[in-house]
Design a protein around this ligand. Structure first.
Ligand SMILES: [Zn+2]
Length: 960
């Protein structure tokens, strides 16, 4: 970074403070960054959420204002100072700015209180915080002053040093392909982390040159990768999840005579150098002795498309959208270059996407493909005969095994990229331990050998899908816990025992320093449980010691024969016997597991994948969606009724909140729900979750995302939403196909109108159940209450509904008449037939089922309409009428019906939602008779959806 630029930045950061903002004594450049500069004096101090406009009052400051003591604020905030000799020093200052200010203000406040100049009743912490989060413009308080300061300083420093500002967009692709090609959790993590690491290289290049404030998305303050680089990261485990999205946005100065191409080249070559570094180290570490390494190096170099586009940050006259045109007209003379930001951003974003698609795929040489990605030729695959290729890879694997390395499995042949991905966790361990600074370290390969062969370092351990699956609570274990017969204590919390607990306990004796049992069961049945557990411990020990611990040994299906046991280790029964594992070991384990199953039930075999992201993110960022009229962001409502496009300062405010979500909220909630988080960047989340926790986790995440204020921080706000896909799947299904399926589910949720959850359940026998629902189903106890009413045990029918009911609905509802009243009557009849509930309870259960049905998303196809003999009607009109009633849109008013209102309305069916659909359709010109048949079909589909949902939730063990 140029030193004059650094000095100008520093100066700008000290130029503004809350006292000057309050008195209106700020430079015109500062004022120009307001969404709508207004004249006047504030009577109170508030913040408005940058998206939802929900208000947050700064009470202590308002109090001081009311007493007319604004001069006191000046005494608190003036003379804050700082200095930095280098960009690294500046980066550290910038990262800690809010804490440093807080500390400084607090000290001043305490002193003023002691001197009697400030009311003793004022809370020092709160007042200090209010000043740190002070609005950048008290009359148009849609963002705080620190968010504006970042843009202001960049603009001022550029002006002072004679630079022109540019918007820079960076994108690395392909993402889905690179991450999705995974056989194991380790591959999955490595793919997404490696992408995050590489993208961060571009970010690092940018901030070293232009300062961390230049990077708008992702916001860098508090980002673990950034804090790690500047030496401020306290908890290195925060590096585990790459919180870096694959797109970057920055505002940078360009000085005269500087070449944009040179900058692009620098970013690109840094990424390629890192990537090649990982590949070369992998080659050395695995001692690969194939020929023509340089050719494979080329494949690595060409794999990623790195798109960097820049456009000047100045007044442009492109084709303005209506939104921006209205806004500019209203602003009149007050328009500044930041007003054009949304237009510039949109153009740049489209340009980047367009350019990244332009790149041609590198022509692949002919040969045997990599078995991981199926895309590239495997190393050696272009020159060797098949048998020779197989043998060479088999030799390589054996050689690695003899060194105690199991990264490559039997039968695997990898391309250079997938090889780099396999090695990546080792690079990560060295990088995290700060034994290498980057993958460009020439000693990387050598260090990897030293550190891992001598076991100085361990590779990050990954929870396998079966380990995640076994964290699910079994019904039997829950029952024992409820009856205080068997449980474990985590601190003061008592919880049921899981099969995962048992596995962890079994690992202990395999460690060199055996510390005794890990699992300490309590309760009246603890002793007998422990006795059985001891038998399992003894039985598995030879296997775990001589081979390695593997949780899949706990599934009986893998203990049927010695061969099936050998298979989970990638061996055959002879190889197993050579290692001293014979049929006696197998039967001992089997016996012990059978006994344990008697007490806590079978080990769960399904796990869930969760994939979710924010809805309409692109539109929110470009300002065309979910943004309110100016008057709602103003203090007094005294501003034009015209929508505000996104400004750079509001954009920073939004990306700051995204960063808070990804860095703090997602990891915290994932941990609470025992999930293995793979990725959390911006609004994107990807995790492996025990099936009973997946829906509660997703529900909590979207609830958190939609929070307006949390103290002085904010999240995306109540006008926003998320959509998610959850797939429950058998542990033996290939991971890559599970990933593809959960991507499809997330897509289905979006397609259904967004703000939705699509749940899929793929059974081991190949049946696939899918249902899409509104989130609010999980916002109260109704669904859980209903779930508890179902039973599949004939003898235990007291106050229960037999699961036969679900079977009848799933297989029968399609044949029911297309008549809403008849459908409700049939539903009631089926409920009576399959339960022994009283009249009153039947009524309640019927309403509960209807409440769930009401929140099931469905769409009618053209075929559906023609099956109803509705030919000439406009399918689009019909869909939108249905959507208007059943889709829950956070930007509109919340639907007014509730579980209680549905209970009341089961006697007055005209009040129920499907009749609202009928009325809507009639208004749109559909005949009364047709409208009724359409809404009846909608109702039938929704009832079927409700039955599918209950079935899936029961299988997943939700609310058990
Ligand atoms: Zn590959």
């Amino acid at each position: 970074m140029r030193s004059e630029y650094l000095n100008a930045l520093l100066e700008a950061y000290l130029e503004i403070n809350p006292s000057e903002i309050l008195s209106g004594q700020v430079p015109d450049e500062w004022k120009a960054l307001s969404s709508f500069p207004l004249e006047g004096e504030p009577t109170k101090v508030v913040l408005k959420h940058p998206i939802s406009s929900k208000e947050k009052e700064l009470t202590e400051t308002t109090h001081i204002l009311a007493e007319g003591k604004t001069d006191i604020i000046k005494k608190i905030v003036s003379d804050f100072s700082l200095s930095a000799q280098s960009i690294e020093e500046f980066a550290r200052f910038w990262n800690e700015l809010p804490e440093k200010l807080q500390e400084f203000y607090r000290g001043r406040i305490e002193n003023l209180k002691k001197e009697g100049k400030l009311d003793a009743s004022i809370d020092s912490d709160t007042l200090a915080q209010e000043l740190v989060h002070f609005p950048a413009d008290p009359l148009m308080p849609d963002h705080d002053w620190l968010s504006r300061l970042d843009i202001y300083a960049t603009i001022k420093a550029a002006e002072k040093t004679g630079a022109k500002l540019y918007l820079l967009r960076f994108k690395i692709s392909p993402v889905q392909g690179f991450i999705g090609n995974a056989r194991t959790e380790r591959d999955l993590w490595a793919g997404s982390h490696m992408l995050g690491y590489l993208t961060y290289q571009a970010i690092s290049e940018i901030w070293h040159e232009y300062g961390p404030q230049a990077v708008i998305f992702p916001h860098l303050r508090g980002q673990p990768f950034f804090e790690f680089e500047i030496g401020l990261l306290e908890d290195k485990d925060e590096l585990e999840i790459a919180n870096i999205p694959n797109k970057v946005l920055a505002i940078i100065p360009v000085w005269e005579g500087e070449s944009l191409e040179e900058l692009k080249g620098r970013i690109e070559s840094r990424i390629i150098r890192e990537l090649k570094g990982i590949f070369n180290a992998a080659w050395d570490f695995y001692e690969i002795n194939f020929e023509k390494k340089n050719i494979y190096e080329k494949t690595v170099e060409k794999y990623f498309t790195i798109t960097i586009e820049l456009i000047p940050f100045e007044e442009v006259k492109p084709v303005f959208g209506k939104l921006l045109k209205d806004y500019l007209t209203t602003l009149g003379q007050k328009a500044s270059m930041s007003t054009y930001y949304s237009e510039l951003f949109t153009i740049l974003d489209q340009l980047t996407d367009f350019r990244s698609r332009e790149f041609e795929k590198v022509k692949q040489p002919e040969g045997f493909k990599c078995i991981l990605c199926g895309e590239h030729v495997a190393i050696g695959g272009d020159v060797l005969e098949y048998s020779e290729l197989r043998m060479k890879w088999e030799d390589l694997r054996k050689n690695l095994n003899s060194r105690g390395i199991y990264d490559i499995k039997s039968g695997e042949r990898l391309c250079p990229l997938c090889l780099a991905k396999r090695f990546y966790p080792r690079f990560y361990a060295l990088w995290k331990a700060e034994d290498v600074k980057s993958a460009c370290d020439e000693q990387l390969g050598r260090k990897a050998k030293e550190y891992f062969e001598d076991k100085i370092l361990n590779v990050k351990s990954f929870e396998s899908v079966s380990e995640v699956a076994m964290k699910k609570l079994t019904r039997k274990a829950v029952k024992l816990w409820r009856e205080s017969k068997l449980y474990v204590s985590d601190g003061s919390l008592k919880r049921p025992i899981t099969w995962y607990d048992i596995f962890i306990d079994l690992l202990e004796p395999t460690r060199s320093e055996y510390g005794g049992a890990v699992l300490k069961p309590e309760g009246t049945s603890a002793d007998s449980f422990l006795e059985t557990l001891m038998k399992l411990r003894t039985a598995v020990l030879p296997l775990f010691k001589k081979l390695s611990p593997n949780i899949e040994v706990l599934y009986k299906e893998n203990l049927r024969t010695l061969d099936s046991l050998a298979k989970i280790y990638g061996l055959n029964s002879n190889e197993l016997m050579e290692r001293g594992i014979d049929d006696e070991v197998r039967t001992n384990i089997l016996e012990a597991i059978r006994n344990l199953e008697e007490s806590i039930g079978e080990p769960p075999k399904y796990y869930a994948l969760l994939k979710m992201d924010g809805d309409n993110m692109g539109k929110v960022i470009s300002g065309t969606k979910a943004v309110k009229p100016l008057k709602e962001y103003s203090l007094t409502g005294d501003a034009p009724d015209v929508h505000r496009p996104i400004t750079p300062t509001a954009h920073i405010a939004i990306t700051r909140s995204l960063s808070k979500f990804a860095v703090e909220k997602v990891p915290k909630l994932s941990k609470e729900h025992h999930a293995e988080l793979i990725y959390a960047g911006g609004d994107d989340v990807f995790a492996l979750v025990p099936t009973d926790q997946a829906i509660p986790l997703a529900y909590e995440l979207q609830k958190e995302f939609r929070k307006d204020w949390e103290g002085f921080d904010y999240l995306q706000g109540s006008t926003r939403s998320m959509s998610a896909g959850i797939l429950a799947i058998y542990y033996k299904e290939p991971l890559y196909s599970a990933i593809r399926k959960v991507n499809e589910l997330e897509h289905l949720a979006k397609e259904s109108g967004r703000n939705a959850l699509a749940i899929g359940y793929l059974t081991h026998s190949g049946n696939y159940y899918v249902v899409i629902v509104n989130w609010r189903i999980f916002g109260n106890d109704v669904v859980y209450d209903l779930l508890r009413s179902f039973t599949n045990e004939r003898e235990n029918m007291k106050e229960k509904i037999s699961t036969r009911f679900l079977y009848e609905i799933l297989n029968g509802v399609d044949k029911w008449p297309n008549e809403p009243d008849a459908i409700i009557q049939l539903l009631r009849y089926e409920l009576m037939r399959h339960s022994n509930l009283s009249e009153e309870i039947i009524r309640k259960k019927l309403a509960e089922i209807l409440w769930i049905a009401r929140n099931v998303r469905i769409k009618l196809s053209r075929e559906d309409l023609s099956s109803l003999k509705i030919e000439n009607a406009d399918a689009k009109t019909i869909s939108s009428a249905i959507e208007e009633v059943i889709v829950d849109d956070p930007e509109k008013e919340e639907p007014s019906d509730t579980p209680d209102s549905i209970i009341q309305d089961t006697d007055k069916l005209e009040n129920l939602w499907f009749n609202a659909i009928t009325r809507k359709l009639e208004k749109k010109g559909i005949s009364k008779d047709s409208a009724r048949r359409i809404s009846a079909l909608v109702l039938k589909r929704q009832v079927k959806g409700a039955a599918i949902l209950i079935k899936i939730l029961r299988e997943m063990g939700v609310g058990a």
